[in-house]
Design a protein around this ligand. Sequence first.
Ligand code: FAD
Length: 358
Amino acid sequence: MTNPLDGNEENKSGHRIEGGIDAVVIGAGADGLAASAYLGKAGLRTVLVGAGPEIGGRIAAREIAPGVQGVDGEHLITILDPDVIAELDLYRHGVEFAARRLDTTYFFESGEVLRFDGDLTQAALLNLEDDSDREALEAFMGDVLETAAFLRPAFAGGGYAGPGGNHQRQLEKAVNQAPPEMAARVQRYLYATAEDVLRARFDDEQLRTLLLAEASFRSASPPHEPFSFMSLLRRYAGEAAGLQGAAAYPKGGTVSVIDALRRAAQAAKVDVRAATPVKSILIEGDRVAGVTLADGGQLRSSIVIAAIDAQQAFQDMIGPEMIDIGLQRILTARRPEISTARMQIILKGVAQDEATRR
Ligand SMILES: Cc1cc2nc3c(=O)[nH]c(=O)nc-3n(C[C@H](O)[C@H](O)[C@H](O)COP(=O)(O)OP(=O)(O)OC[C@H]3O[C@@H](n4cnc5c(N)ncnc54)[C@H](O)[C@@H]3O)c2cc1C
């Protein structure tokens, strides 16, 4: 039945069926916003649907305590692809960095304090007494930067970086295609713990501790777990605020990046809808035909992009009977428990007096 008011149809149960859509993007977090902005820019009539009342997913501002606004997820930017900034015009849409390369300060029990700004090439300036450690550090930094640059295409596209994740397969493919010396190096680093790699290269315990802290910074892999060294390489393969390996803080917090992505999507004429949960992905024959919403309505479209957890998209929204065994195995691969707890405090400067430091 056609609704005379908007030309859309209703199904037998009286639910609205919307047509005239080229692409539906499920999930209104950072990824869904960026994907929909690209689709809109390409001239596709795109609808972005998010389940929650706010846009931004884990980076949506919420009242985390009475009168206090906060976000669940990202606080610092360690990877924001410069191509995405340029292609979606994010600076014009409001991204501005309050700090482009944040210092990280490490306090040691001995009372010493090390400041590190994320630039591995600057770490060479640390006051190292032992020349062999200085040489080892320089060689190590060279290896890390070169390997990270080589792996950059394999890390592209985001996603879960640990064992069973999509990066693992891309990295294994990269190993197969690499020149022998690089292949051996990546193979060595692929499942290595950050602790083992650093212990094999450095005698100086303080330097090792500093680099271990760097390796676990913003990483879901604790430094004693396999794949944790890869997390460091992943970070150095990316850029924040145009600087490799940096941690940057956007003016207004990470929510401001979400606001800019939302403006980019809206400038590309994307129809952004909050509080519109998707129940399932419609399959007709062997093709995607749109989505069914939790309220029973349908959005008809031959392109559906799921910017949500892959397991939820394939297993729950499409159903295991439609998925081949290989993909099912990847989706259900056991992921390691995350056992890291970290507190980040952003200071205006390093405390000068002994009492405050402690
Ligand atoms: C505690 C914590 C700290 C973090 N710190 C950092 C950091 O410092 N730096 C960093 O780079 N990253 C950090 N991250 C990771 C970062 O927050 C996430 O990678 C990023 O927010 C993920 O964005 P996303 O769009 O993929 O997913 P999400 O933000 O999870 O968005 C998914 C969206 O999909 C929607 N959705 C789900 N199901 C449906 C459905 N059925 N129908 C419609 N919509 C649906 C959700 O409502 C949500 O809006 C942190 C994460 C956490 C949890």
